[in-house]
Design a protein around this ligand. Structure first.
Ligand code: NAP
Length: 246
């Protein structure tokens, strides 16, 4: 099903991106993992994937820099050929109430989370159209669907991902390119580590399935959306939130 195809996963040195890369590699997909910093961590992820029998390469670039993204994807295509699957996962938070939020903070979060997805998608679509095949999964958030006090920058970027996903799904369906989004709730990663214990307890009480999600919970849905089993699904946003989004 996936075997031999090429996937690029952005922000894949840890958290959800890493789990997606591992899951895809297990299924026989060649995976290029991307991130901005920490070459050592990248090598660790690559080694782990290769030890489990997967094929993995590393491409460092900042998704918010169009020039870096363009150069990075050119190298990927030169070495590996066309990209079949793209997972736009790289994301950051920089929370504050709007009264205290600096314009730079709003821009930085949108630049990485939303413009970053555009920058990467732009590099793969032309070849996907030519080969009449491609699947893109964008990582949004339930915060992009329902908003969250203190996260207007993040929520705006993730709501933007929803519009981006649905528009591309309409634009590219006739070319056999599917585009979907996954909207995680609260997942145990570096991003949610900073939540104080007390707030965390209160949060878990509000989650019908009574726990935070694991990166694998999201990776399983991403892998499904990329697979042929989801071949009649495009333009959807699937929440993976333990029921929090109900
Ligand atoms: P994470 O553990 O912080 O991982 C994010 C990854 O993205 C990191 O590896 C980070 O690199 C990388 N990254 C950040 N800026 C980048 C850039 N400019 N270019 C390339 N890579 C960059 O977060 P996560 O929880 O796995 O989040 C993954 C995605 O899921 C994000 O889009 C996030 O918004 C979304 N999400 C997460 C949750 C959650 O509860 N965790 C909920 C909803 C949605 P460094 O290691 O170098 O910082």
């Amino acid at each position: 099903m996936y075997k031999g195809k090429l996937a690029v996963v952005t922000g894949a040195f840890r958290g959800i991106g890493r789990a997606c890369a591992e899951k895809l590699a297990e299924s026989g997909v060649k995976v290029v993992i991307n991130d901005v910093y920490n070459r050592e961590q990248a090598e660790r992820v690559r080694e782990e994937i290769e030890e489990s029998g997967g094929i993995c390469d590393i491409m460092m670039f900042d998704v918010s820099s169009y020039r870096e993204v363009e150069e990075g994807f050119a190298k990927i295509v030169e070495k590996w050929g066309n990209v079949d699957y793209l997972v736009n996962n790289a994301g950051i938070v920089d929370d504050n109430l709007i009264l205290r939020m600096k314009p730079e903070s709003f821009k930085k979060v949108v630049d990485v989370n939303l413009i970053g997805a555009f920058n990467c998608t732009k590099q793969v679509v032309r070849n996907m159209v030519k080969q009449k095949f491609g699947v893109i999964v964008n990582i949004s958030s339930i915060v992009g669907l329902s908003g969250n006090a203190g996260q207007c920058n993040y929520a705006a970027s993730k709501a933007g991902i929803v519009g981006f996903t649905k528009s591309l799904a309409k634009e590219l369906a006739s070319k056999n390119i599917r585009v979907n989004a996954v909207a995680p709730g609260f997942i145990e990663t570096g991003m949610t580590k900073k939540i104080p214990a007390k707030d965390r307890e209160r949060l878990v009480e509000n989650i019908p399935l009574n726990r935070l999600g694991k990166p694998e919970d999201v990776a399983n849905v991403v892998a499904f959306l990329l697979s042929e089993e989801a071949s009649y699904i495009t333009g959807e946003v699937i929440s993976v939130s333990g029921g929090l989004h109900i």
